[in-house]
Design a protein around this ligand. Structure first.
Ligand SMILES: [Ca+2]
Ligand SMILES: [Ca+2]
Ligand SMILES: [Ca+2]
Length: 409
C-alpha cells in the first residue's frame, strides 16, 4: 500500500485485469468506463461473440468468450475495493516502466489513493455486471451488485474526493473534478439493476445536458452511458422521463449526423485532441442509440462512416487499427509490441489518433512541419500523444464494429 491509500503497511493481492494502455499499470476509472462500453454491446446484442470465437483459455467453457474476457477485468476491479466500500484509484509503479516485456516490468507496484470518480465508475460498471452475469453465475452477479452498492454509498458519504497523483507517483492520473456524470451513470445502472425507486428519485433531480461536443472526452460521455441503459428499459421509467431522454438522444444524434455531412471525411469531430479516434467512435455510439430508437438510414450511414474513418478513410491514409487494412500502424506506443522482437505489432489495437496538442514533442517526437490538426499523427512508438493504445479507445470501436455487424445483417 502506498501511504495515499490511507494504510501505512501491508499489501493486497490484486491479480488479473488488463494493462490500461501502452503501459503496465491498472486504473479503476479506466477499467470501469470501458467495461461499461463493452457491456453495452453484450446487453444490446447478446452473444455476438460466441464461446470458442476468441481462442482464449476459457474457450469451450460454454460461456461467450467475450464475457469470459470481460470477467477477467471485472475480477481485478473487484479486488480494488477497500473495506469501507471506497475504491482505490490505481495499481501502479511509481514511474512508467521502460519499453520492456511484461515479465521484465518488475518494479514494485503500489495501491494508490481512493476517490469519488473511481468509486462511482466502479459502481456503474459493477451494477451493470450484475445484470450481465446473472444468467450465468448468480453468486458472482450478487457479489458485483453488493460491491456496487457499497461503492455508491461510500461516494454519497465522500461526494467530492478528487484524486491527485501523490508527489512520488508520475503515472496516469485520470484526474477529474466534476463527478455529476459519474453519479448519473452509477445511479442509472443501479436503478436498472435493482428497480429501487430511491435511485430513480436521484435521477429525477438531475438536470441533464444532452449536448456532446467532440473533444468533451470520456468523462462527459458517462452520462450518455447512463441514458443508453435507461432507454433500453422503457418499462421501468416514468413516461415523462423516458420522453425526455429519447428526445435528448435523438436531437443530439441529429446534430452529430448533420456534422458528418459537412466535416471532412464524413465524421463528427472538428477538434482533434488526445484520443480523437475515441471521440469519433463515442459520437458514433450516440448516433447508434438513435438508430435503435428510430431506424433512419442516415443514422446507420453516419455510424458506418465513423468506422470507415477509423479504418482508413481519413486525412493520414492509415487504418488506425493494428493488423487491419492495407496501411495500418506498425510502430504503436505499446510496450509489448515494441519489445517482443516481432515485426508486426499486436493486432487489434486502436491508435489514439490525430492530436493537435502534440504533447510528446517535448519528448522528442517529430511531426511534419506546420501540420494541420487532422493530420497531427505519427506512426512512431515514442508518440504517446498520437499513437498510443488505451482500453477506453478499444471499447468504443468494439461496440461500433459489433453494432454494425449486427445491424447490417
Ligand atoms: Ca468461453
Ligand atoms: Ca466527471
Ligand atoms: Ca513488435
Amino acid at each position: 500500500y502506498h501511504p495515499s491509500s490511507g494504510k501505512q503497511s501491508g499489501s493486497l493481492n490484486s491479480p488479473k485485469g488488463w494493462y490500461d494502455a501502452g503501459d503496465y499499470n491498472k486504473y479503476v476509472v479506466n477499467a470501469s468506463f470501458p467495461l461499461g462500453q463493452f457491456f453495452l454491446l453484450e446487453e444490446q446484442y447478446p452473444n455476438s461473440v460466441a464461446d470458442g470465437d476468441l481462442n482464449i483459455p476459457e474457450s469451450g467453457n460454454g460461456i461467450s468468450d467475450y464475457l469470459d474476457e470481460l470477467k477477467y477485468e471485472m475480477d481485478w476491479v473487484l479486488t480494488m475495493q477497500d473495506e469501507d466500500g471506497g475504491m482505490f484509484h490505481k495499481l501502479t509503479t511509481k514511474n512508467f516502466e521502460g519499453m520492456v516485456m511484461p515479465h521484465e516490468a518488475t518494479n514494485q507496484k503500489y495501491i494508490v489513493g481512493k476517490g469519488t470518480a473511481a468509486s462511482l465508475d466502479f459502481a456503474g460498471a459493477a451494477a451493470q455486471a450484475a445484470r450481465i452475469f446473472m444468467p450465468y453465475d448468480s453468486i458472482y452477479a450478487e457479489k458485483c451488485l453488493q460491491a456496487a452498492k457499497k461503492a455508491y454509498n461510500w461516494s454519497l458519504e465522500n461526494p467530492q474526493l478528487e484524486f491527485v497523483n501523490p508527489e512520488d507517483i508520475s503515472t496516469g492520473q485520470y484526474g477529474d473534478t466534476n463527478f455529476d456524470d459519474e453519479f448519473f451513470w452509477a445511479t442509472s445502472q443501479l436503478f436498472i439493476t435493482t428497480s429501487d425507486n430511491s435511485y430513480l428519485e436521484h435521477l429525477k433531480k438531475e438536470d441533464i445536458d444532452f449536448n456532446y461536443s467532440p473533444g468533451d472526452g470520456w468523462t462527459k460521455f458517462m452520462r450518455f452511458m447512463g441514458i443508453f441503459t435507461l432507454l433500453e428499459n422503457k418499462s421501468l421509467l416514468p413516461d415523462e422521463l423516458y420522453v425526455t431522454f429519447r428526445e435528448g438522444i435523438l436531437n443530439t444524434a441529429d446534430d452529430l449526423t448533420m456534422r458528418t455531412k459537412t466535416n471532412d471525411y464524413f465524421q463528427c469531430v472538428d477538434d482533434f485532441q488526445w484520443g480523437s479516434n475515441s471521440d469519433v467512435l463515442n459520437t458514433a455510439m450516440i448516433i447508434a442509440q438513435a438508430y435503435r430508437l428510430e431506424k433512419k438510414p442516415e443514422y446507420l450511414t453516419a455510424v458506418r462512416q465513423a468506422a470507415d474513418y477509423i479504418l482508413g478513410n481519413n486525412a493520414v491514409g492509415y487504418s488506425f487499427v493494428t493488423g487491419f487494412g492495407d496501411n495500418p500502424p506498425m510502430f504503436i506506443h505499446h510496450r509489448q509490441s515494441a519489445a517482443d522482437g516481432i515485426v508486426d505489432p499486436v493486432p487489434g489495437l486502436l491508435s489514439g489518433g490525430p492530436n493537435k496538442d502534440k504533447q510528446d514533442v517535448t519528448d522528442g517526437v517529430v511531426y511534419p512541419e506546420n501540420v494541420t490538426p487532422m493530420k497531427s499523427w505519427v506512426d512512431h512508438e515514442d508518440s504517446y500523444a498520437s499513437n498510443e493504445i488505451c482500453l477506453n479507445w478499444n471499447s468504443p470501436i468494439t461496440y461500433i464494429l459489433g453494432f454494425l455487424e449486427q445491424e447490417s445483417k
